[in-house]
Ligand binder design. Structure first.
Ligand code: E4P
Length: 221
């Protein structure tokens, strides 16, 4: 399972990269806003800065909602860096753009996916990644992980190569549940990735080992 970090914050990206388990980054306009990155030039520079920190794919979202606009923006984003993946919304012109980018060898991430039918369309259009938003589904009292399982089943039926990128992840259990049902990628806040390593028995066990080591040292010193 690949781990992406879901942020535009360079300090968090560096911390995740330093862990040695990071495979990529996803961003969106809301995450740019949250990190105070304003203006087109600064946002484009932020994508380049992120690509220089990580080795894997970096999703950069288009704002246009018409085919020509999506293509123009997407091609400009893809030219920024070889690691850029063009993030395209699940709308009619978005599907056409996914096919266009796929034919041109430009990597894509189909975003704002909330149903198996949308995921099927994204795969048929040749998306590199499909992003089901599981946290937002859970917030709306619909099982987000169940959607990941449905998409996994459908993609496996036909051998679609589109990677299932579980998005809108809120906590470590989301990551575990997505891993159980076979998501290819989880894009997570840093807190959810760090949460995976926490267990009180680890802390208690480590404290005991250190205490016992010190006792042995005291005896033999
Ligand atoms: C990532 O690609 C998505 O844009 C992101 O995970 C959405 O997360 P949210 O539902 O927490 O805004």
């Amino acid at each position: 399972m690949k781990f992406f970090i879901d942020t535009a914050n360079l300090a968090e990206i560096k911390e995740a990269q330093a862990l040695g388990v990071l495979d990529g980054v996803t961003t969106n306009p809301s995450l740019m806003l949250k990190d105070g990155v304003s203006g087109d030039e600064n946002q484009l520079q932020r994508y380049v800065d992120i690509c220089e920190i990580v080795d894997g794919d970096v999703s950069a979202e288009v704002i246009a909602t018409d085919l020509e606009g999506i293509i123009n923006e997407g091609e400009a984003l893809a030219k920024l860096h070889t690691q850029i993946t063009v993030k395209v919304p699940m709308i009619k012109d978005g599907i056409k753009a996914l096919k266009y980018f796929s034919d041109k060898g430009i990597k894509t991430n189909c975003t704002l996916v909330f149903s198996p039918g949308q995921a099927l369309l994204a795969a048929k259009a040749g998306a590199t990644y499909v992003s089901p938003f599981i946290g937002r589904l859970d917030d709306a009292t619909t099982d987000g992980v169940e959607l990941i399982a449905q998409i996994r089943h459908i993609y496996d039926n036909y051998g679609y190569e589109t990677q299932i990128l579980a998005a809108s992840i809120r906590n470590p259990m989301h990551i575990i549940k997505c891993a159980e049902v076979g998501a290819d990628v989880a894009t997570c806040p840093l807190s959810a990735i760090l949460g995976l390593m926490k267990h009180p028995l680890t802390d208690i066990g480590l404290a005991q080992f250190i205490a016992d080591y010190n006792k042995v040292n005291a005896v033999t010193a």
